[in-house]
Ligand binder design. Structure first.
Ligand code: ZN
Ligand code: ZN
Length: 1010
């Protein structure tokens, strides 16, 4: 099939044919090709495929440009691993040019495998015309976007406390931080801060990062919070009143009360003496608005360089920023004995030193969720750094407004996960002190003048030469005189967050605005994007932020979020657990369509999957095989009878009209569901239809196909061709195979229009009546199953409870019921009572408490009621009266149990208001007829075993028990007709196969008739 698509260029042709049609815009969220694609990639790729295919069939022009995300830390880490190095100093020694060359190579390592998988799962996307975020064209568009932002004053440099990975040596943006929370146990310490000039009086403060105590600059209190000075074991401690019992224990002696404002200005001795110079307000108590009494002591230890609140407090009170931690996360020489140690490793020794100096009040451990580097797993530090920021907080309201216009699947993401994320927006920490990324296009002179360059042409004008490759290190050599002061301008060394690259793809994939500006405008915003749920803080956010900054609106209108793929036990898949399912295995075992079908229909995609090879196999068995069998049946009989199928042939009779009505209804549902991005609803509706087609229409029509009836062939043909089109976006391979063989008007089903529901074919009454009949058949079959009576054994009578409108339905399809249930007659009754007699029993649980020891009399009284009359009253919700111990009592429906005994010889099955009873008494004639049917069954098996074609005529020889042969003779005409025998000879002869029916021997000889 893949070859046929390639040969006929079906994908390109499907797009070509919609030239000029209204576009349906799809954006590909670029994956990184430095790893092999996994099962979760297949998930996103099939969901990226299905709606563009569908919309194309619906008449829209859907371009699908592939893309690759090439930059960023993950790529650098991979190369560091390959080279066996682990720091920025190592990279510098190795050489940035060589390092980046390896990065460039590595991002394309697996592109071929990605392309192969992409094709194999039927994901139609234009990989020949893919965009690469590492290309000069792409980066130039990104430069343009940054210059636009810079012009608006929203790209600024500043010192802030940022989440920082000391291993990778770079800051992370808030959305990256959100990717890496882990539960960890940290020290939790309460520390004394002795008040200067007082004996045994200390402020108590709490921290979970003891290493920051080296840098304690001040203590913060809430001015309106109440504090107490309490006497504990001969010393006095100050804590928030509300927290005193928790910190100091119950019942401590309060010496005095005060507010935070009263404490402000107090001088104290810091826990460590190494750094002293924090300015005039250093090592004093300061008022702050971020102090709470939810945990700790209500007095907050402040280290200016290591917390956002701390940093802001420092700015407010003019505290000097002292940062004794190097960029690699180790203390510098200012930290005394701790110099040279990685800060988190020093925690334990710092706590010990506090104990030794008498400053430690209490040490515990504290389990909490703490952010780690999402790539390398190192705990992040909050760390004061100078960096470049995009002031997204300035456009927060615009982003929130833009989010209102986005349709989310599932809907709760909009105001939940995503909306809340936007509400808490902080400025985007854009710069990375790394190597492999789009260089930040800002040049600086010594005077502090800034120039953001927005294009290659502009840079050429300023600097003359521009390197052929815009990456580091070449771009760093480009310098030019400052237009303002004439001094040399050099580029700030950072690269940018790769998420800005991917957020820029709407315009950068076209190299807009330098080229294709019109094409970009036509294809902006996207109608549809789709990625995993975790992209709410990744690509979904970066797309929205970039487009809001540039265009004041969202760059996508509908977004579908995909859940996680877990193993069958609900565990995340990982190499170390050994539970990873490799996509190729699934495809080789079950085929790409089965893989797709499983993802599309087993559940809502955002709910996540518990995934295994076997589960995909289940979806094959349930649906694909059934479809394939119906199709195979059609082909077999059409070929066997050499039938000239008239695709426009008219239906004949209820069964044809019923299935065509169901087809119209299914089409309507499929269109409605797929319009709403719901493959689950669409797929399930189609599956139900195929089941109807297989288990009812085809089964009920076998005889007609056998007889070559044109209406039956025309109807089934129409159903299968329409189903192939309905299924085309979901299972593109099977559907094209069926379409190609049965219709083939177009070179591929994917060039057809999606079916439009034929409303004139709908007949709701017929569908309802047929359903009533099918329900009755199902109940009747359940009776047989319970009573262990084979369907081939004819029975005398079925009694069906069918009130009102249902009675008509049963009568309309009486012949069908007779045949399906293999009964001689069908009787319709309107009330279940007619199917048996009721017995009344007292409900002891209800009546016991009421009558106590008089229960035996109550039971007797209930037994004395006319059961049929009482049952009717109680079932109607009425009450019946009984006399107990001379008193009148009334019993409600709950007081009495109604047990129904079917009529003698009948068995009953009921579901809700429906009930069917079968007469199970088998007389001699019925028994004989049943045996004749068994013989037919055995002969059919023998035909198959002899390798005969369905249309072959046979000569049939039978021998064995006379009891069986007698029945055969009695029903000879029937047997001859069913088995296509020219005649029956009652002499099995040589080579007959032996079998048995009801323990009686039957010998069968079958030969193709001459
Ligand atoms: Zn890291
Ligand atoms: Zn200057």
């Amino acid at each position: 099939m893949l070859e046929r698509w390639r040969e006929r260029d079906v994908f390109a042709e499907s797009v070509r044919r919609r030239e000029g049609a209204p576009p349906f815009v799809f954006y590909e969220g670029p994956p990184t090709a430095n790893g092999r694609p996994g099962s979760h990639h297949v998930l996103s790729r099939v969901f990226k495929d299905v709606f563009p295919r569908y919309q194309t069939m619906r008449g829209r022009l859907v371009h699908r440009k592939a893309g690759w995300d090439c930059h960023g830390l993950p790529v650098e880490l991979e190369i560091e691993r390959e080279l066996g190095i682990s720091s920025k100093a190592d990279i510098e020694r190795y050489g940035v040019a060589e390092f980046n060359a390896r990065c460039r190579e590595s991002v394309l390592t697996y592109v071929e495998e990605w392309d192969r998988l992409t094709e194999r799962i039927g994901f139609w996307i234009d990989t020949d015309d893919a965009y690469f975020t590492l290309s000069n064209d792409y980066m130039e568009s990104v430069w343009w976007s940054l210059r636009e932002v810079w012009r608006k004053g929203l790209l600024t440099r500043g010192q802030r406390v940022v989440p920082y990975c000391s291993r990778c040596g770079t800051a992370l943006s808030s959305h990256e931080v959100a990717l890496g929370y882990r539960d960890v146990v940290d020290p939790s310490v309460y520390v004394r801060f002795p008040v200067e000039g007082e004996d045994d009086l200390s402020l108590a403060a709490w921290t979970t990062t003891p290493w920051t105590l080296i840098s304690n600059a001040a203590l913060a209190v809430g001015p309106e919070i109440d504090y107490v000075e309490a006497r504990v074991d001969g010393e006095r401690l100050i804590v928030a009143e509300e927290l005193a019992p928790r910190v100091l224990g119950e019942g401590v002696e309060v010496v005095r009360r005060m507010t935070g404002a009263d404490l402000a200005g107090l001088r104290y001795e810091p826990p460590f003496p190494y750094i002293d110079d924090y300015g005039p307000r250093g090592h004093t108590v300061l008022e702050a608005d971020f102090v709470t009494t939810s945990d700790g002591t209500g007095i907050v230890h402040t280290a200016v360089a290591f917390g956002e609140d701390d940093f802001r407090l420092g700015e407010r009170y003019g505290l000097t920023v002292q940062n004794p931690v190097r960029e690699d996360g180790t203390f510098d020489e200012r930290a005394g004995p701790f110099a040279g140690r990685w800060v988190k490793d020093a925690d334990a020794d710092i706590v010990e030193a506090l104990g030794a100096s008498g400053r430690l009040l209490r040490a515990e451990s504290f389990e909490h969720s703490y952010p780690h580097c999402w790539r390398c797993g190192t705990p992040l530090l909050y760390y004061a750094k100078t960096g470049w920021y995009v002031r997204t907080s300035q456009v927060k309201d615009a982003m929130l407004a833009a989010n209102e216009g986005i349709t989310w699947h599932p809907e709760h993401i909009k105001h939940g996960r995503f909306g809340k994320w936007l509400e808490s927006n902080v400025d985007w920490a854009l710069s990375r002190e790394r190597y492999w990324g789009t260089p930040l296009p800002v040049w600086l002179c010594e005077e502090g003048h800034e120039r953001c360059v927005g294009s290659i042409a502009e840079l050429r004008e300023l600097a003359g030469e521009v390197p052929a490759d815009l990456h580091k290190p070449y771009i760093d050599d480009v310098a030019f005189p400052c237009p303002d002061c004439g001094r040399e301008m050099r580029r700030t060394p950072e690269v940018i967050d790769a998420w800005w690259d991917s957020g820029s793809m709407p315009f950068a994939q076209w190299h807009a605005p330098f080229e294709n500006e019109e094409r970009f405008r036509e294809r902006f915003p996207a109608d549809y994007i789709c990625e995993a749920l975790d992209q709410t803080r990744g690509w979904f956010y970066s797309l929205l932020a970039v487009s809001t900054l540039l265009y004041g609106r969202s760059s996508y209108e509908t977004v579908l979020c995909l859940g996680l793929i877990l193993d069958p036990e609900g565990q995340k898949m990982s190499k170390s657990r050994g539970n990873v399912v490799i996509p190729w295995e699934v495809i080789e075992r079950h085929g790409a369509d089965a893989f797709r079908w499983y993802y599309f229909t087993s559940k809502h995609p955002w709910d996540g999957y518990r995934f295994s090879l076997e589960m995909v196999g289940e979806s094959v068995r349930q649906f694909m095989l059934q479809l394939w069998n119906v199709y195979g049946f059609f082909v077999l009989y059409a070929n066997a009878g050499d039938v000239e199928v008239d695709p426009d042939g008219e239906p004949a009779g209820d069964l044809d009209r019923w299935i065509l009505s169901r087809l119209a209804a299914t089409t309507e549902t499929a269109v409605e569901r797929l319009d709403d991005y719901d493959t689950t609803g669409a797929g399930r509706a189609i599956a139900t239809f195929v089941e109807d087609l297989s288990n009812w229409y085809v089964r009920r029509s076998r005889r007609r196909f056998w007889d070559g009836e044109p209406a039956a062939f025309a109807t089934l043909h129409r159903c299968l061709v329409t189903v192939s089109k309905l299924l085309a976006p979901l299972v593109p391979f099977v559907s094209d195979e069926i379409y190609g063989n049965l219709d083939g008007t177009e070179p591929s089903v994917h060039l057809c229009d999606y079916p439009v529901p034929d409303l004139s074919a709908r007949d709701a009454d017929l569908e309802r009546d047929m359903q009533t009949a099918r329900d009755a058949v199902e109940l009747g079959r359940a009776v047989r199953a319970h009573a262990r009576v084979k369907v081939r054994q004819p029975l005398a009578e079925a009694v069906v409870v069918a009130p009102g409108r249902e009675r008509e339905a049963i009568q309309r399809f009486e012949a069908v019921l007779r045949e399906e249930l293999n009964v001689k007659g069908v009787r319709v009754v309107s009330e279940a009572e007619e199917l048996g007699r009721f017995e009344l029993k007292p409900n002891y649980r209800a009546l016991g408490p009421r009558f106590g020891k008089h229960m035996p009399q109550v039971a007797a009284a209930v037994g004395g009621l006319d059961p049929q009359r009482a049952a009717r009253t109680l079932r109607g919700g009425g009450q019946v009266g009984v006399r107990v111990n001379g008193g009148e009592h009334s019993l409600a429906p709950d007081d009495v149990q109604l047990v129904m005994h079917p009529l003698e010889g009948y068995e009953l099955e009921r579901a809700g208001t429906h009930a069917v009873a079968l007469n199970l008494e088998v007389d001699e004639a019925l028994l004989c007829e049943g045996r004749a049917r068994e013989v037919v069954h055995k002969v059919q098996d023998a035909r198959k075993e002899a390798g005969l074609n369905v249309e072959d005529r046979i000569s049939l020889r039978l021998g064995g028990a006379e009891e069986l042969l007698g029945c055969v003779r009695e029903h000879e005409a029937y047997i001859v007709g069913e088995t296509l025998a020219l005649e029956i000879s009652y002499d099995a002869g040589e080579g007959a196969r032996a079998g048995e029916i009801d323990g009686r021997e039957l010998l069968i000889g079958v030969e193709r008739a001459a």
